[in-house]
Design a protein around this ligand. Sequence first.
Ligand SMILES: *Cc1c(COP(=O)(O)O)cnc(C)c1O
Length: 405
Amino acid sequence: MIPFSPPRMDQHIVDEVSKVLLSGWITTGPKTKLFEQKLADYVGCRKVICLNSATAGMELVLRWFGVGPGDEVIIPAYTYCSTANVVMHCGAKPIMVDIDQKDFNISLANIRNVVTNKTKAIIPVDISGFPCDYDEINALVREDEIKRLFSANTEDQQRLGRILVMADAAHSIGAVYKGKMNGSVTDAAVFSFHAVKNLTTSEGGAVCLNLPEEFDVDEIYRRLNMKSLHGQSKDALAKVKAGGGNWRYDVLEPGYKCNMMDIQAAIGLVELERYDSNLNRRKEIFSFYDNAFANEDLIICPTYKTDIKETSYHLYMIRVAGATEAQRDEIINHIFEKQVSVNVHFQPLPLLTAYKSQGYDIRDYPESFGKYQNEITLPVYFNLSDDDLAQVTKAVKEAVKEVMT
Ligand SMILES: *Cc1c(COP(=O)(O)O)cnc(C)c1O
C-alpha cells in the first residue's frame, strides 16, 4: 500500500532527539530558541515564536490583538476546522466567505462584501501551500473607507488602526510570494509542524510576526510567550538562568499551556536544514503528476505556480471534472483498492455539525462545495519513488474511468 504522507524519521532525527533527551533540558529551552531564530532567518520576518501547534499560535495572536465577544473575523469556508475554532474560542464570530473561482483560496471580492465595523481580523488560508492574493488583501485593509469602519477597542488595535491580517500558513512554509518568502508578507503568519505537514516537529507550530515598525515585536514575543506558559511572568529557562534566589514569579493573567518543547525543536532543526532539498523532490513529483494527467480530459490539475506565486508543494489537489460527491467517493474507494492512499482537502466547514448547527449553510458557498465535491489529494513526500508515482497515476486514471464512463 502506498501511504498518503508518512513522516521522514531517520537516524539523524533520532540522534538529535536523543541528545536533547540526555541533555538535562527537555522542555522549552535552547533548541526552541535556536529553531525560532533559524525560522526567522529562513522566512525573513521580524520575529518567530514556536508553540505546540498552529492552532495555539493563531489563537494567541487573536487574543494578543484583543479579539473577543462582539467581534468578527473573516475566514474562508474552505479550510480546516482550526481556522474557525480559534475565532470561536475567543468568543468572536467567524464570518465565512466563499473561495475564488481561480484557485482554492479566499476571494478578495467576498472579503470586501462582509467587512463591517465589527471586523477585527482576516485569516486567509494558503490552501495546499499556494499563497493567497496578499498584496490585494493588504491593500484592502488599508483603504481609507475600510479603515474608517474599523473600531479599536484596545491599545494595539488603536496602534494598528485597521483590520489585522493573519495568514493561516499551516501548509505554506517555503512558498514564495512576489520574491518574498511566505510568512513575511502579512502582519502575522502561522505555520503548522503537525506530523502530516511539509516540515514536522511531530506536533508544533510557529507564529511569524511582521507587524509594522511601530510595534515592538520583542515585547509582543514576551507577551505571547507569557500567554503560552500559564501567564507566568518568567519561563522555566529564565528562572534557571537567573540563578538561585530567582524562583519567585507572578502570574499576570490566566494563560494557556502551549509551549514547544526542545524535543520537538530538535526534530524541527533537522527538518529545516533539509527542507529545500525535500522541496526539490516535491517539485519533481508535482511535475510527474502534471505530465501523467496532461491528456486526461476528466482530470483537472491544480494551479500551483504563477508569475508572482509559487506553492510550498504541500498538497497536489486534483479535481475530477463533473464528478458528484458520491462519484468522487466511489473513485477514492477504487483507488484504495489499487493499494494507493489518497485524501480529501477539505470538507467546507458549513458541512460539519459544529458550524452547521450555528447556522452556516453550505448553499451559501457554491464555489467551495463545487470544488470539494470532485477533489482528491494525491500522495507527495520525499521518498515516493518514480515506480510509486507510476502506480499512483495508473490507479487514479483507471479509477476515474471505471466510475465516470
Ligand atoms: C493542519 C492545519 C491547521 C492546524 O495545525 P495544527 O498545528 O495541527 O494546529 C490549521 N489550518 C490548516 C489549513 C491546516 O491544514
